[in-house]
Design a protein around this ligand. Sequence first.
Ligand SMILES: C=CC1=C(C)c2cc3[nH]c(cc4nc(cc5[nH]c(cc1n2)c(C)c5CCC(=O)O)C(CCC(=O)O)=C4C)c(C)c3C=C
Ligand SMILES: [Fe+2]
Ligand SMILES: [Fe+2]
Length: 387
Amino acid sequence: MGRVGVLLLNLGGPEQLEDVRPFLFNLFADPEIIRLPVPWLQKPLAWLISNSRAKQSQQNYSQIGGGSPLRRITEQQATALQQSLEAAGQPADIYIGMRYWYPFTEEAIARIKRDRIEELVVLPLYPQYSISTSGSSFRLLQKLWKEDPSLESIRYTVIPSWYARPGYVKAMAELIAQELDQLPDPSKGHVFFSAHGVPVSYVEENGDPYQREIEHCVDLIMQALGRSNQHTLAYQSRVGPVEWLQPYTEDAIEELAEQGVNDLVVVPISFVSEHIETLQEIDMEYREIAEEAGIETFRRVPALNTHPGFIDDMAKMVMESLESPRRLFSDVVEPDKQVKIYPQERSAWGLTPVAEVWNGRLAMVGFLALMVELISGHGPLHLVGLL
Ligand SMILES: C=CC1=C(C)c2cc3[nH]c(cc4nc(cc5[nH]c(cc1n2)c(C)c5CCC(=O)O)C(CCC(=O)O)=C4C)c(C)c3C=C
Ligand SMILES: [Fe+2]
Ligand SMILES: [Fe+2]
């Protein structure tokens, strides 16, 4: 086998407060996050939303030390994976390609070329597939491959999602058990899975397998846990005024409190590193909501980070995928129904009111109204929700 590389894909996060605005711009300029029918509106809209959201977002990041720990933790995961592969007799170079911040995916590909990697495993650090996460990174890679014919010489294979890996499921169950066992009565702890949400339109109109994979993942973890505790799945981190997957985490917490639940063990389920949505949103915002609603104990299961059982299972997965038939970006298909997950005519209508307004051929009016709203601080549009 030629020289082996593993490309870890992740979202990326601002490392300092000055990074927040350009990071948000990159995020909202991604058509997999907000899809507009006319490409030229994408950047102005990304500019508007990133500017108006930056302050709130900076406040959140300043509560967790002024930046995201994502790069540091992803680097630790890369080192641990490299060591685990080495110990298993499969030396490999590990690269990190972030979607919206440094080290960008483009930089990783430049290094992979420079190092003359011959066999490449493309491994997203999202256990479940979503169009908005792994899908966005795969689409970017596909574009880079089209633009640079010299990349053709790299034999690559893609792992679309891996939430059913036994080592991952077992590690999650272990971490949950550890938190439950800290409760006065472990059997009364309510296991509360909080997944990052996506707009409903992703799942219903675009066939995003995300919700199904999340639900299946929760079932597998509960089976591995093998206890009779009650559990709930809810979705967090909604952005903007459109409908996202339900129930929303804050509503579900309040409902459980009303039903008399006293002890919550919250499990972040869609991400394997600590990040702003565990450290700030769950640990601070949702904790406060829970306490106000009358929940007595609120414990959060730590993210896997470099959990050895998890890392060793990732190494195993890399080795298995090197032995398996290749999967190209173009044939990353929906696992169950074998439906392409990138339908040609995919739209995400309803993602922003601006897009809806455009849909009604009133884009300019909407756009101008938005400007007025931004400049004046308030206005007629319900876009306020996004800002
Ligand atoms: C599997 C995980 C994730 C999904 C699905 C996802 C979809 C998604 N996210 C946004 C908007 C934002 N996401 C932001 C940060 C962020 N998102 C994820 C993961 C998923 N996103 C992570 C891990 C992070 C944090 C990285 C870090 O800095 O620690 C942000 C910025 C933060 C903020 O201002 O709240 C936004 C905005 C959308 C619109 C979306 C689906 C369409
Ligand atoms: Fe996100
Ligand atoms: Fe988010």
